[in-house]
Design a protein around this ligand. Structure first.
Ligand code: ZN
Ligand code: ZN
Length: 572
């Protein structure tokens, strides 16, 4: 993933916060804050500067040490120093700082004076009226803290890509433990929800296996919450909670179904069982006291007269009825994808050249890739004007002349301007194979204005794909204010397609809107928005999202062959 200047600034600010809690030299603290400000206000991308081997020490307030750290963040997305600092401070204390009004200085005072290290401690002290007496706090602050704590904040959920990385790690680890046979992560992770709350792991093993001991000794364990014979709960240092349940082989399928959920789906299946005189739970399918099935998940569905329902569909949103009537969708798979229709190069904010991006797409067996660099409005990324794009088109013609069995599609990610016009003239858009059109500015327009803007853009005959249609960033930025149902209708009327942006930070369209688009007859495109050759790998997240929206191969344009696709996109 591309590291943005704001990411670097955020990390430096965090380092400053933690140094402050640790009572380090105030000059050091200030150096990090200044560096954060410098990087945050740079007009050039630090990622690009690293690529071009620019000297950061020429920037105000950046010495050799900080320059090295910027490079580390750009290359790894992280700063080892920050991790070291986080290891030295109770994680709860770091969370306290996120409460409005509690900066590092105040958190430190609370820790030093009242030994507050958790939200519970904080609540108790505030309720006991201990905080208002501390120097620099006062009654107002104490009230504000109580109000904030009373708001019952929802825990931030984990993005699917992070969950996947953690899940793969622990599954591989447990599989190596002697005597263990099956290990699988169930729950919303298996249903491929865009975010998950925790990881529910199921395992089967031979008698005497030390799998529970191994589990609580897993690397990065912050806390062992519970450990029994067949069940244990740990919290990793990153704050992610994991449950492990060891189940007998005879119950494995029933347990897998039960712990995959969702709750609503399980209730519906159980109710069907009751109607047929069966009891269904995590131990199996029972007739009276006798277990008649449970080893395999398919058996559970079988006994209530349902065909197998893919985990992504198990939300009690009509999948039970569809399974009864033999009308379940034949969900799209990763193998159906023939090309990526959203990819950037180094010419704007990507990391690799046109040739590298094309080569990597070919190497993964694709038939085509659309190169969609930014348009000129995004001046920070050095976006394309018409003249540069014409030159780019010539380059692509030359490349296509050399390639056999692979097409590079001429394209652009063109900005939708505030008045609904596109950022490049029709005369050049006409020359492209397709356009990918995006909102990258003015997120805060009132709904009516935002809708008019987007629909007006769709009126343009050269508008093909509406990219990341809601503009949301998961856990970071809410969608802009639009009526997605109306936009989907507008897209249908104008023959525009909608993107399912596969980037795990976006997953935009949302699952319900994928389904609505499909039901409305709007074609979808699943693209990664690749900013480097590795980003093509993100395709699976988009496919999962589409599967949650009941999407089939036929609903998606980039499952077509290059010839079919070009025919569909043919300019009038
Ligand atoms: Zn974009
Ligand atoms: Zn993009």
């Amino acid at each position: 993933m591309l590291v943005h200047n704001s990411d670097v600034a955020e990390i430096f600010n965090k380092v400053a916060d933690l140094l402050e809690i640790l009572d380090e030299n105030p000059f050091r603290v200030r150096a990090y804050r200044n560096a954060a400000r410098t990087v945050g206000s740079l007009s050039q991308s630090v990622a690009a500067m690293v690529e071009q081997a620019k000297d950061f020490t020429e920037l105000p307030g950046i010495g050799k040490d900080l320059a090295g750290k910027i490079e580390e963040i750009v290359r790894t997305g992280n700063l080892s120093q920050l991790q070291d600092l986080e290891d030295r401070i109770p994680p709860q204390l770091i969370r306290l700082m996120k409460i409005p009004g509690l900066g590092p200085k105040r958190v430190k005072t609370l820790y030093d004076r009242l030994n507050i290290t958790s939200l519970e401690d904080l609540k108790k002290s505030a309720e006991a009226g201990e905080i208002k007496n501390l120097k620099g706090f006062g009654e107002k602050t104490e009230k504000a803290i109580l109000a904030e704590l009373g708001r019952e904040k929802k825990e931030e959920r984990i993005k699917l890509n992070v969950a996947e990385e953690v899940a793969n790690g622990v599954v591989n680890y447990l599989k190596r433990v002697e005597g263990v046979s099956e290990v699988i992560v169930a729950g919303s992770f298996r249903r491929k929800k865009e975010t998950v709350a925790d990881l529910d792991i199921l395992a089967t093993c031979k008698k005497g296996s030390k799998v529970m001991d191994a589990f609580v000794e897993y690397g990065n364990v912050g806390k062992v919450v519970a450990k029994g014979e067949t069940r244990a709960t740990i919290v990793l240092r990153s704050g992610i909670q994991m449950d492990l349940r060891v189940v007998p082989e005879a119950s494995y399928g029933a347990a897998l179904h039960y712990f995959t959920g969702s709750k609503a789906h399980n209730i519906a299946v159980r109710t069907l069982g009751v109607k047929g005189g069966l009891k269904i739970n995590e131990y199996g399918v029972f007739k009276g006291k006798k277990r008649i099935a449970g080893k395999r998940e398919e058996e559970v569905f079988d006994h209530v007269g349902l065909s197998f329902i893919e985990p992504e569909l198990r939300e009690d949103q009509g999948e039970i009825e569809a399974a009864q009537q033999g009308k379940l969708p034949k969900l799209i798979t990763l193998k159906d994808i023939r090309g990526d229709l959203h990819a950037h190069t180094k010419e704007t904010d990507g990391r690799h050249t046109l040739e590298q991006m094309v080569e990597a797409a070919r190497n993964r067996g694709y038939q085509y890739v659309a190169i969609t660099d930014h348009s000129k409005r995004l001046s920070m990324t050095h976006g394309f004007d018409a003249k540069r794009l014409a030159k780019r088109n010539e380059e692509i013609d030359r490349l296509n002349g050399k390639l056999k069995g692979f097409s590079v599609l001429k394209s652009i990610e063109v900005d939708i301007l505030e008045d609904g016009s596109l950022d490049l003239p029709d005369s050049i858009l006409k020359e492209l194979d397709l356009t990918v059109c995006s909102v990258h500015s003015k997120f805060n327009l009132p709904m009516k204005k935002q809708m008019e803007r987007i629909i007006r853009a769709m009126d343009n005959p050269y508008f093909n794909v509406f990219a990341h249609p809601s503009g949301r960033l998961i856990n970071e930025r809410p969608p802009y204010d639009v009526d997605m149902e109306e936009l989907i209708k507008a897209a249908k009327e104008r023959g525009c397609a909608m993107e399912v942006n596969a980037h795990p930070d976006r997953l935009d369209l949302a699952d319900i809107h994928c389904r609505l688009a499909r039901d409305t007859g709007v074609k979808l495109v699943i693209s990664t928005d690749a900013h480097s050759v590795n980003d093509y790998d993100l395709m699976r997240f988009g496919v999962w999202q589409a599967r949650r929206g009941w999407v089939e191969k036929e609903d998606v344009l980039n499952t077509r062959s290059a010839d079919e696709l070009k025919k569909l996109l043919k300019r009038k």
